[in-house]
Design a protein around this ligand. Structure first.
Ligand code: PEP
Ligand code: MN
Length: 364
């Protein structure tokens, strides 16, 4: 159920409705919008009687939501969600197309810092790099764990890049929440419901990747899990699905972008690296992703892809990334959007150190 408040409803009116919802054993999710506030009601107990709220001061309308997802839905929030970060003017879901770039995995301090300096100068605002790697084989590189997270924190301090990195279980999520700016939930964990709930209790935005055979509804329901726990800063990511095609690693489903945008207010970005698995297809599909209206890109870049410990074949050479940025900047302009300009001295853009940053709530 969804309660739409009147345009002139006061904060006090909203608070009273939320209190009534909670007193009945449900959870209230208040979503302020440009025109009015809507309040989503979740909880898997009994049916609620809409009459309970009809007559309350400030209530415009009580709507039964027939879709299985509620909080991710545009029915609840008409305007696009813009995810913001403390101490940074980078956003995901605003006019600027967010560019996240870096190696598949943090392999060493030298490798990570060299890549970070390069992508920061080219205009990327976010640095990606796994410290916990979900690998098909237990005998391949599994990531540097907390040592990798410390390298990522150093990169934020040196280059002012926001850090996005994957958590694979509750234990790693505790650490990722402490060190990073954005918690990545990978394709293999899209339906790890206890991990989704833990991410929903985290105080950092979440990047949720589509499962490799997830339908649109399953994907949105996974985001609903996170939001139902109170974390409304969720960014969706299309990263390709399994099909019969064997000319690519996965089939990048760009049609998901407008499909999500119709149903949900959440931002959606595209990962053409895992989506294709082939370096020569990353730039063309990045161009297409921006053209289709994606809110961002997450791209693997490695200084020496032939020696990469994971995903070298789909990693761009740094100079290919520079060229990609030049091209997508122009495509974004056609759509009235932008891509951050190159930065001569990214160190000057430094944000606050991790200790001060950890545990802060991302402003909406
Ligand atoms: C990654 O981003 O490095 C990754 C493992 O992605 P996915 O979960 O989409 O396979
Ligand atoms: Mn990878």
């Amino acid at each position: 159920m969804l309660i739409v408040m009147k345009a002139h409803a006061t904060e006090e009116d909203v608070r009273r409705v939320c209190e009534r919802i909670e007193s009945l054993g449900f959870r209230a999710h208040s979503m302020p919008g440009a025109q009015r506030t809507a309040i989503g009601i979740t909880g898997n107990e009994t049916e609620l009687d809409p009459g309970t709220f009809d007559e309350m001061v400030g209530v415009q309308e009580v709507i039964r939501v027939s879709k299985p997802y509620k909080l991710v839905s545009r029915d609840l929030k008409e305007e696009d969600t813009i995810v913001r970060f403390p101490n940074s003017d980078a956003t995901v879901g605003g006019d600027e197309v967010a560019v996240m770039a870096g190696p598949c995995a943090v392999e060493s301090r030298e490798q990570a810092l060299a890549t970070a300096g390069h992508v920061a100068r080219a205009g990327a605002r976010f640095f990606r790099g796994g410290a916990y790697k979900p690998r098909t084989s237990p005998y391949t590189f599994q990531g540097l764990a907390e040592d990798g997270l410390k390298i990522l924190a150093e990169i934020r301090d040196r280059f002012g890049l926001l850090i996005v990195t994957e958590a694979v279980d509750n234990e790693s999520l505790d650490l990722v929440e402490k060190y990073a700016d954005m918690i990545q939930i990978g394709a293999r964990n899209m339906q790890n419901f206890s991990l989704l709930k833990r991410a929903g209790r985290a105080r950092k935005p979440v990047l949720l990747k589509r499962g490799m055979s997830a339908t649109l509804e399953e994907f949105l329901m996974a985001a609903e899990y996170i939001m139902s726990e109170g974390n409304y800063n969720v960014v969706l990511c299309e990263r390709g699905v399994r099909t019969f095609a064997d000319h690519t690693r996965n089939t990048l489903d760009l049609s998901l972008v407008p499909a999500v945008q119709r149903l949900s207010h959440l931002p959606i970005i595209v990962d053409p690296s895992h989506g294709t698995g082939k370096r020569n297809k990353v730039t063309p599909l990045s161009r297409a992703a921006v053209a289709v209206g994606a809110d961002g890109l997450i791209i693997e870049v490695h200084p020496d892809p032939d020696r990469a410990l994971s995903d070298g074949k789909q990693s761009l050479y740094p100079d290919q990334f520079d060229q990609l940025m030049i091209e997508i900047r122009q495509i974004a302009n056609v759509l009235g959007r932008s891509v951050a300009e190159p930065v001569l001295n990214p160190g000057a853009r430094r944000s606050t150190p991790v200790a001060a940053n950890a545990g802060t709530v991302a402003a909406r």
